[in-house]
Structure formats: structure tokens, C-alpha cells
Ligand binder design. Structure first.
Ligand code: PRP
Ligand code: URA
Length: 209
């Protein structure tokens, strides 16, 4: 599928194995989500536009590609997407953060929006939507819908574990959006949880339940 990248890198895979384990505690889970997010960001921004600058080294002038200030906006989907923000900030320390509050209705598994606050000027930035879990794809699709309604033109979605159903749905709804996933899992279960997955990402990240 065009615009869909499953990273499958050994360094990421190793950390995802630890993340999945039911014996991984909240502190370790939070650290792993952040570490994986740094690695995903490195991959997802391979194509970021650069500008050429001249730098005086101790020996001569070097011409080097750099990234323009303020070219990225980080958009976590609450709650679990929050765990990925620090990882992206490690590589884009000055990026502004917009929040989209969304939860899945327990009966229907459809997303319910409860909050949205975005930085100014998203129409001129690359928006990176963060959510560790892409299950049915409903939450990510709704978040991208919101960003597009608010004027965003360049959007990437970054997930740690994705179900085939979610990747297909997100790609079909928004074929222009670049999707990056650390790993692709087997399937959804009857409750639309990812198998083998890692359980409920928000609960594991914040120690609820
Ligand atoms: C989880 C997860 C995603 C969503 C994925 O959030 O963090 O946002 O489910 O499922 P989908 O692809 O089927 O939409 P949840 O709704 O449990 O909310 P929470 O982060 O507040 O716990
Ligand atoms: N949300 C989660 O946190 N986990 C899943 O497996 C599916 C949706």
C-alpha cells in the first residue's frame, strides 16, 4: 500500500516485545513508548524538506541541509498518544503540540471527540498524529478529519502497534496521509482489541485499571 510503512526494525522490535509483556510495569511502559517514538520519528521524517545553510567549520565553509524552524506540529490523540510526545520532542524540541481528545465508545467502538486545541498555523506545518494503537482506525480517521477541517495539508500518522483492519481503513479514508507503524499485528478480537497487541495502551501508560 502506498503511503504505509511498517518499520520492522530490530531495535524497535526488541522494545515492542518488552512493551507487550504483561510483566512490564507502568514506568517501564512509559519509557519504552517514548524510546520507540524517537526511533519512529527518525524514520517518519526521512523526507522532511530541508534548507541549505553555510557553516564555518574550523577548516572551511560547509554547505549543510537543515530543517526549517517550526515546520512540525505534534498532535497526540488523548490519552495514549501523550506517551509519544516526548519522543518526538527529543528530535523536534521546539515543535508546538496540539491535543485531540478522543475515546472509543465502549458499546460501538466508534470515536467520541471531547477536546481539540491546535497550535496556530497548522496549514503550513507537517502535522504528526500520535497514537500507539491503530485498531479499527476510527480514532485516527476522526483525528485526521479534524486536522483537515482546520486546514492541515500535510499529515503523518505514527503508531506503535497496528491491526491490518486499521491500516486499511485509515489508508482508504485518507490515502494522502503517510502512515508509519512499528509493527503490524494479526487481527482485532470481538471487542476490537488488537491481537496479540498489548492490551489497553492508555491504562498501561497511566496505571489506570
Ligand atoms: C485507544 C487508543 C486509540 C484507540 C484505537 O484509545 O489509544 O486512541 O483506542 O482504537 P481505534 O483504532 O479502534 O479507534 P481509547 O479509546 O481506549 O481511549 P484512551 O486513550 O483515553 O484510553
Ligand atoms: N486500544 C487499545 O488501547 N488497545 C487495543 O488493542 C485497541 C484499542
Amino acid at each position: 500500500m502506498n503511503n504505509v510503512t511498517i518499520i520492522n526494525h530490530p531495535l524497535i522490535s526488541h522494545k515492542v516485545a518488552l512493551l507487550r509483556s504483561k510483566s512490564t510495569n507502568t514506568k517501564q511502559f512509559r519509557e519504552l513508548v517514548e524510546e520507540i517514538s524517537v526511533l519512529l520519528t527518525y524514520e517518519a521524517f526521512k523526507d522532511i524538506p530541508t534548507v541549505s545553510v553555510s557553516v564555518e567549520t574550523p577548516l572551511e565553509t560547509a554547505v549543510q541541509q537543515t530543517i526549517a524552524e517550526n515546520s512540525v506540529a505534534i498532535v497526540p490523540i488523548l490519552r495514549a498518544g501523550l506517551g509519544m510526545v516526548n519522543g518526538v520532542h527529543t528530535l523536534f524540541p521546539t515543535a508546538k503540540v496540539g491535543h485531540i481528545g478522543m475515546y472509543r465508545d465502549e458499546e460501538t467502538c466508534t470515536p467520541r471527540e471531547y477536546y481539540c486545541k491546535l497550535p496556530q498555523g497548522i496549514e503550513n506545518k507537517i502535522c504528526i498524529v500520535l497514537d500507539p494503537m491503530l485498531a479499527t482506525g476510527g480514532s485516527a480517521i476522526a483525528a485526521v478529519d479534524i486536522l483537515k477541517q482546520k486546514g492541515a495539508k500535510s499529515i503523518k500518522c505514527m503508531h506503535i502497534i497496528a491491526a491490518p483492519e486499521g491500516i486499511k481503513a485509515l489508508h482508504q479514508a485518507h490515502p494522502d496521509v503517510q502512515i508509519y507503524c512499528a509493527v503490524q499485528d494479526r487481527q482485532l478480537n470481538g471487542d476490537n482489541y488488537i491481537l496479540p497487541g498489548l492490551g489497553d495502551a492508555g491504562d498501561r501508560l497511566f496505571g489506570t485499571k
